[in-house]
Design a protein around this ligand. Structure first.
Ligand SMILES: [Zn+2]
Length: 297
């Protein structure tokens, strides 16, 4: 009998790489991934209803005992492309180093997001083996292009919406067990994302008359564009501490050193100041905090 970590490693070895230009995507990898989870999770595939959405996304329905708004557990099977030289261990070998608490698994997609996908499948497979059946329906929704177009998840959402299904809860990736995300907190912190920043895309156009480079205008188009970008940069949305963020900070407060602990324990007083300082104190070059994992993640 294979262990969960072996199943996880097998799935990590399948290079399900997403490309912005989907004509470059190797769909055979996704077919192989589908076949592998079918083989590795036999009860899931025997007892749940499975459908393929938008070409390579998967939607499973685990029927509940009573009608009611379902739970949707999401994950995605695709990963971002790799720059091989940046890897200490080959990205699709799923190399396991160390033992016990020091064990580390090195692979593209280990955290983002095959870890979530495997955790969901392991939990459902084990529950089925134990004869558990959920009270309401549980859907498993596995997208195939979250890292790029995101069309798979959107198609799944549309499929559910068209059937009049309104989930009571949708649980997706976001956050991990991480080290060093909150300054001074030295214990591993499980970050559960319940809110997210918004996105705004702007297109700036600057027009200028043609002319000779020897007689440029006082403020050429490039300079005006730079000025506009700088002005935008100096007017960010106001930062605020939403209730879930306050709850998180209050939860980590006991693990923070002084004087930070005092700041986190008195958010009614210190909140506005903290909101102003926090974006500057935690610059991140990555898209998600999951890029700084602890070994327990
Ligand atoms: Zn992801």
């Amino acid at each position: 009998m294979t262990a969960p970590v072996d199943r996880f490693r097998e799935l990590l070895r399948i290079p399900t790489i997403s490309h912005t230009d989907e004509s470059a995507t190797d769909w055979a990898s996704f077919d192989a991934f589908h076949a592998a989870i079918q083989r590795l999770y036999p009860l899931v595939h025997e007892r749940l209803e499975r459908e393929v959405v938008a070409g390579h996304s998967l939607l499973y329905r685990w029927r509940g005992r009573t009608p009611g708004d379902p739970l949707v557990l999401m994950a995605h099977m695709d990963v971002v492309p790799v720059v091989e030289e940046e890897w200490r261990h080959p990205p699709f070998d799923a190399t396991l180093t160390g033992e016990g608490r020091d064990a580390e698994l090195h692979a593209r997609g280990a955290i983002d997001d095959k870890g979530s996908l495997v955790a969901i499948l392991e939990a459902v497979e084990e529950s089925l083996a134990e004869g558990v059946s959920p009270q309401s329906d549980v859907y498993l929704a596995f997208g195939h292009n979250e890292e790029t177009a995101g069309g798979g998840a959107a198609a799944i959402a549309e499929t559910l919406r068209a059937r009049g299904i309104r989930p009571s809860l949708v649980l997706d990736e976001g956050g991990a067990v991480v080290d060093g995300v909150i300054p001074g907190v030295t214990v591993p912190t499980a970050m559960i994302g319940v809110a997210e920043r918004g996105v705004m895309t702007l297109l700036l156009t600057v027009r200028e008359q043609g002319g000779h480079a020897s007689t440029p205008p006082a403020t050429p188009a490039t300079a005006r564009l730079a000025r506009a970008i700088d002005r935008l940069h100096r007017h960010p949305f106001p930062t605020r501490l939403a209730p879930p963020v306050r709850a998180m900070l209050a939860t980590v407060a006991p693990y923070a050193p002084q004087p930070l602990r005092g700041v986190l324990e008195r958010l009614t007083l210190t909140g506005p100041l903290l909101a102003r300082c926090s974006p500057a104190s935690a610059p991140s070059s990555t898209r998600s905090s999951a890029r700084r994992p602890s070994r327990r993640s």
